[in-house]
Design a binder for this molecule. Structure first.
Ligand SMILES: O[C@H]1[C@H](O)[C@@H](O)[C@H](O)[C@@H](O)[C@H]1O
Ligand SMILES: [Fe+2]
Ligand SMILES: [Fe+2]
Length: 298
């Protein structure tokens, strides 16, 4: 018998386990505390002081170039152009070659990172829409193939532009080279914003989060929580460091809860075993069909 080597058999077993857990009421709610989180040594991640030059150079360039002027220009361009038409799985495969220069914690390709994230969420018994959020959350890195100027306008942590750069952002000293840090308006605490105007009315630095959020808001049936997870997952100065409390409002509390529930899977799954693409494929294609049209306009 060679049944265990057959991907379909393994899938059938894992589906059956999912089913049994559901019947036993073991499915975890999305905001239940993550079991996964507790098992990881967090000191092994996001150690930017010890990071290699690749990461430091990346942030030096990003922090210099993410200006208000750039952000206004790039958003206008992306509003008016369709860059490609393809389904979710094809988009994942396209990301296969991209290695993220900003990331001190993984050298794996992006498709592997997406699968590790989704599998960690699935193992914790979280709902399907959250597994899907994990599966797609970094697909915005396709920007890399859609005329980005480098990786500085695609990956990395995000922050607010149009007001003072927060000192809670990693490598805060590198903003000295950004012209906005000398602008009489953009360099003030509130800049162009009003107190507690809400993140909805704030411009975050342009990159994969913001881009994918706009694409999927129109072209998916994902719930609001999943869209928050996608839009703000790189906004570490806010969701981890507590910056920007003077700009957020009550609605953002809901978003914060969602993003914080998602973050451990995104970050700490980077030390998990790589997932086999072919083994995972049938299960995730089933989920993709539930939440997305066959073809998405990118
Ligand atoms: O280097 C990483 C990577 O680019 C992630 O995709 C992003 O979400 C993180 O915020 C960043 O630290
Ligand atoms: Fe990301
Ligand atoms: Fe990620």
């Amino acid at each position: 018998m060679h049944l265990v080597n057959d991907g379909r058999v393994l899938d059938a077993i894992s589906d059956a386990v999912d089913e049994v857990n559901k019947l036993k009421g073991k499915g975890a709610k999305w905001d239940d505390k993550s079991k996964f989180d507790a098992e990881k040594d967090k000191n092994n991640f996001r150690q930017y002081e010890e990071a290699c030059d690749r990461v430091k150079n990346f942030y030096r360039e990003q922090h210099e170039k993410q200006t208000v002027e750039f952000n206004v220009r790039v958003r206008a361009e992306f509003k008016k152009t369709v860059h490609a038409r393809m389904g979710i799985w094809e988009a994942m495969e396209k990301l296969n070659t991209l290695v993220d220069e900003s990331d001190p914690d993984t050298e794996l390709s992006q498709i592997e990172h997406l699968l590790q994230t989704a599998e960690a969420i699935r193992r914790d018994g979280k709902p399907e829409w959250m597994q899907v959020a994990g599966l797609v959350h970094d697909l915005g890195k396709l920007l890399n193939f859609f005329g980005s100027e480098g990786q500085w306008d695609v990956v990395g942590d995000t922050f607010v532009v149009g007001c003072k750069f927060s000192d809670k952002i990693i490598y805060p000293e590198t903003f000295a080279a950004n012209p906005d840090s000398k602008d009489p308006v953009y360099s003030t605490e509130y800049g162009v914003y009003t107190p507690h105007c809400g993140l909805e009315n704030v411009m975050l630095s342009w990159g994969h989060d913001e881009y994918l959020y706009h694409v999927l808001k129109r072209q998916s049936s994902l719930p609001a929580e999943a869209l928050y997870m996608i839009r703000y997952h790189s906004f570490y100065p806010w969701h981890r460091e507590g910056a920007y409390a003077h700009l957020t409002n009550a609605e953002d509390e809901r978003a914060l809860e969602a993003v914080q529930a998602f973050n451990p899977y995104d970050l700490y799954s980077k030390s998990d075993e790589p997932v086999s693409l072919e083994k995972a494929r049938p299960y995730y294609q089933g989920l993709i069909a539930k939440y997305f049209p066959d073809v998405i306009e990118w």
